[in-house]
Each structure stands twice: as C-alpha cells, then as structure tokens.
Design a protein around this ligand. Sequence first.
Ligand SMILES: [Zn+2]
Length: 237
Amino acid sequence: MGLERVADGVWLLRGDLRGAMNIYFLEDGDGVVQFDAGTKAMRKAAAEARQLGGLKRVVLGHAHADHRGTAPYLGVPVQCHPDEVADAESPASIQPYMDLSLLPVAPVRWLYPFLLRHWDGGPVKIDSTVSEGDEVAGFEVLHFPGHAPGLIGLWRESDGLAVVSDVVYLVDAARLKPLPEGEASIPHPAFGWDHAKAKESLRRLAALEPRVVATGHDRPLRGDNLRETLERAADKL
Ligand SMILES: [Zn+2]
C-alpha cells in the first residue's frame, strides 16, 4: 500500500473513488494518530498503516459518510468536535441539512445518495471530543464550522501546514471530477450545513497564510500564494 509523505511526520493514504479520499497519519511519539477516516472500502488499507507504529486514536475532521468510513473498524478510541458528535453517532449516511437537489448535474444528483451510503461505515461511537485550541500530535485544533457544524482542521505554524478536511475542495464534487491543477473551491452548498459560515471559515484559513493545505480529497495544495487562491475560492460560489 502507498503512503505519501506530506511533511515532517505526516503521511497521506489515498483511496476509493479515483484515489481522491484521504486519510492522514500523524506521527505522535511511539505511534500515530489518524486524522479523518475516509470510506469504508479503505478499512483494510487504514489498518495496514499500523506499519508506521501503533494506531493510538482516530480524530474525525467531520462526520460525513466519506470521512467516517473506517472509524468503526479500527478498534481505537475515536474523537471529534462536540458539534459533530450527534452526526458521527447517527446511523444516517446523509446529514439532515444536506440538500442534494441543489446539485446542478442530474446524473450526479441521482448518484450521490447511493455513493454516500456506499462510502459510509455506519455510526461511530465517539469516545471524547476535541475543540479549538486543543493539541493533536503537535498540531493545534481549529474549528472551521460551515460545511459541517463541527468541522475541524489541524494547524502547525512551524512549517505552515494546515490539514483541513473539507474546509476547501480541490475537486469539483458537484461534477465528480478534479479541479484544474492549483485551483481550489468552496464545498458546494448541497453538502453543507451553513454556507455563509463555510465562507468565513475558508477566509480564516486563508488568513493563516498556509504553505501547504492538505485536504479531505485529492493531493495537498502547495504554493507561495495560497492565501490568494483560498480567498478567490471563498468568493466564487
Ligand atoms: Zn464533507
């Protein structure tokens, strides 16, 4: 299985649809912390990642089906933000606030309910919570509400690395295809809890002036002027 090195002590496992579903492993002492849990189909690959050291716990960036998929299968404590616990523990594969009828392309609109159920690993028992300002494997937890109420990212100021789940998309999820290289977009409102807050959160990420933005889907975004790229994305949709 292929783990890609993102930065010092940070590894990316890509899987499922076009390899666009991401799980991150963060070295933490003698083991690793898993950030985000991808899709159910990735559970075997995620378990094999223990070659990095013992898996200590899973931290969910948010509780959508394609981010919680492996979590019930790994046999370690799972954490998320307090505002995400109810959705993580719910059997629903589609959050009540999602409005898939907003998706512009009909076949994609019809496909998503099946995809979300297929990706989902089912309800996840949350062991404890992490909030703004907490520390996870040398990163600071930041709360980025919008796409989901309890969406969190991890920020490491020393090398400007932000691991942010779905604060920003590098794929066009509404058309199920990649965005042009170097482009970013705000997640489509069809999948989101509060689009105005999602924009605010994306602007907050931009203002950190990150050097690398590692997202929930597709390869990390790197560049000298990510602030501008992210601000443009926040203004687009
Ligand atoms: Zn999501």
